[in-house]
Design a protein around this ligand. Sequence first.
Ligand SMILES: Cc1ncc(C[n+]2csc(CCOP(=O)(O)OP(=O)(O)O)c2C)c(N)n1
Ligand code: SF4
Length: 350
Amino acid sequence: MSYQLPKFRHPELPRNDLGYTKADYEGAISTLCAGCGHDSISGAIVKAVHELSIEPHKIAKLSGIGCSSKTPTYFLGKSHGFNSVHGRMPSVVTGAALANRELLYLGVSGDGDTASIGMGQFAHVARRNLNMVYIVMNNGCYGLTKGQDSATADEGSVSKKGDANPFSSMDLCAAALQFGATFVARSFSGDKTQLVPLIKAAISHRGFALIDVVSPCVTFNNNPGSTKSYEFVRDHMEATGTVDFVPMHKEITTDYQPGFSHEVTMHDGSSIHLYKLSEELDPFDRTSALMTMERHRSAGEILTGLIYMNKGSHDLHETLETSRRPLNRLAEEDLCPGNQVLRNINASLR
Ligand SMILES: Cc1ncc(C[n+]2csc(CCOP(=O)(O)OP(=O)(O)O)c2C)c(N)n1
Ligand code: SF4
């Protein structure tokens, strides 16, 4: 079987403001199982970045280990990429971001990669509010190693070969909120209409943006009895509201225009509009976000959409006052200001 992508593309494919087609943001052809939710998330990432007209070389995609962590091979083939080791993507992103804050950092992980071996790193990258988008492709199992239950498998959920999971599950959105994440959303791989604007909003957010995307594993965890199957998720999704992303300088073209509940201006001048917001949730209030999530969880529902956003977020670069210029562009005179400056500092400390 050949895994070559066709080179020919229709000459009239729509182009973004930079003149790129969607194909310019694609990667190699996927080798994941046909129907895997992860492929739909890759498609949503391609669509979001193409529509935002981001230069591919201004993006760095990083991942851990797992089927989910393989996906960066299948999108953004012209961007920087680093496939790290299991659960260690956050520390690699932290290092890269501190060396060069000009890139958009897109971390991709699985529920196994994040909620077990990578939990410590996840907690600290959220706590430090690193400016990155962190997407978890959450299928409730370890797909790559043949479908064992992960820490996000719901109690009582049954995988294809297993008994009902006896353990309490971990909610990554609730955990991220506790750790201090400043943007928290949940979505479903089968709902691109919701997922694409959430990815755009997460990209525009300055700080740590988590999107926990329920992404069914068709091979090991899509059976009756599983709470991460396509059918179960479709039947139990409860959206917080509708999100519309409006890039800087673009007119609002949505049908909802007259009745929107909130407009939030992002740091880059774009805005997000939140429509038909559920009355029980104030997405700018952490306590409200935590309580609403817990209420839905106890009712057996999957709360999706934008769950929390801190409009006054200060990211790690602001906190540490890191160099605006990438470190590899600093010259010797920037790094070594000379003897006299050192003498003055010493004198000021005597
Ligand atoms: C240090 C280490 N321990 C264990 C493994 C084996 N391993 C590979 S992928 C994986 C879990 C993958 O699950 P998840 O992150 O949910 O991704 P999925 O395959 O479900 O998308 C494990 C335990 C490994 N590669 N490295
Ligand atoms: S094993 Fe599951 S997670 Fe991995 S590619 Fe197949 S369907 Fe996707």
